[in-house]
Design a protein around this ligand. Structure first.
Ligand SMILES: N[C@@H](CCC(=O)N[C@@H](CS)C(=O)NCC(=O)O)C(=O)O
Length: 251
């Protein structure tokens, strides 16, 4: 293990990309500080910290020894290089799995955002915690506006059917490896693909917790039923001390 720098991760607890980053850091035994990001409200602060005043920003972002690591893949690579013992697997061999995961998550996110947009209760739940109950209904438009902006920001990344394709490839990969690990032993490939199930039948603990209507928006019963074997596989990884991470553990 290389000497450890102080790490600060900024993410969204419910976001599958943040889940991938945390899982990788924790599997590599790296301690990190964590701050929850609130889109729009916290964007100026994040831009300031990143020294990035223009262009799109997204989370997770990690700060380590004056360097900025943008996105789950850069963070996972950093974790792998710091652990320096190959415990996340061969990252070059894993890259194609991560591409499948990214495409599936992009499609999943757009599905979730559009489902929130068509659900008044979920829109109210999306407002920050400090908004009092009586103001939630009249302020739905604020949440709708934020969700529409997210939808526009990321819609270009969506390839139809990407989630199903990624799940199918994972199912085939596991059948081929003939064990619970895509590359024969637990690696970031398993994390990247197991996290796809978080836009199908999520189980990771989120803080702050999502409201009940929002939770329903994150579920895709049709895919969950079609890929029940994979949901069970992900549950086995989550239940195993050697392969799980903090968001899969009860508090
Ligand atoms: N490729 C990036 C994707 C990260 C990403 O899409 N983050 C979204 C999560 S929904 C985000 O930051 N959304 C909030 C925003 O755009 O304001 C990664 O691997 O981390």
């Amino acid at each position: 293990m290389k000497p450890q720098k102080k790490l600060l991760l900024i993410g969204e607890s419910f976001s599958p990309w943040t889940k991938k980053a945390r899982w990788a850091l924790e599997h590599c035994g790296l301690a990190y500080g964590y701050k929850e990001y609130t889109p729009t409200l916290r964007e100026p602060g994040l831009r300031w910290r990143m020294r990035q005043l223009t262009g799109p920003v997204s989370v997770p972002v990690m700060f380590a020894g004056g360097k900025v690591f943008r996105g789950s893949w850069e963070i996972a690579r950093y974790a792998s290089e710091t652990a320096a013992d190959g415990r996340l697997g061969d990252m070059d061999a894993i890259a194609p799995w991560n591409h499948l995961s990214e495409a599936a998550l992009a499609a999943g996110r757009t599905g979730v955002v559009r489902s929130v947009l068509s659900n008044n209760q979920a829109l109210e739940e999306a407002l920050p915690a400090f908004v009092p109950a009586v103001l939630r209904r009249p302020m739905r438009f604020v949440a709708r506006d934020a969700a529409q902006r997210l939808d526009h920001k990321y819609a270009h990344l969506v390839k139809p059917d990407a989630a199903r394709q990624a799940l199918l490839k994972t199912w085939e990969g596991l059948a081929q490896s003939n064990c619970d690990y895509l590359l024969g032993s637990f690696s970031y490939a398993d994390m990247a693909m197991a996290v796809v199930l978080e836009v199908v039948a999520p189980i990771a603990r989120t803080e702050p917790p999502l409201g009940p209507a929002t939770q329903r928006c994150w579920n895709n019963p049709e895919l969950a039923e079609g890929f029940e074997d994979l949901v069970n596989w992900r549950d086995r990884l989550a239940a195993n001390d050697a392969t799980t991470y903090s968001q899969f553990r009860p508090e």
